[in-house]
Design a protein. Structure first.
Length: 53
């Protein structure tokens, strides 16, 4: 899951990425709204699947 944090953290405007390993939930905080498609792409690049937003 560290790869998820790393990949999502590369998105412009992302200021924090928090992971809950027990639930698989990722919380993304940004200085501006972050496009869902960018988060989905980053999660998939890390080898995981984004199931809900």
């Amino acid at each position: 899951m560290g790869m998820v944090k790393s990949e999502v953290g590369k998105i412009e405007g992302v200021t924090a990425v928090d992971l809950d390993l027990a639930t698989g939930k990722v919380t993304v905080t940004g200085s501006e709204p972050i496009e869902e498609a960018l988060v989905r792409e980053a999660v998939e690049e890390a080898g995981y699947e984004l199931t809900t937003v």
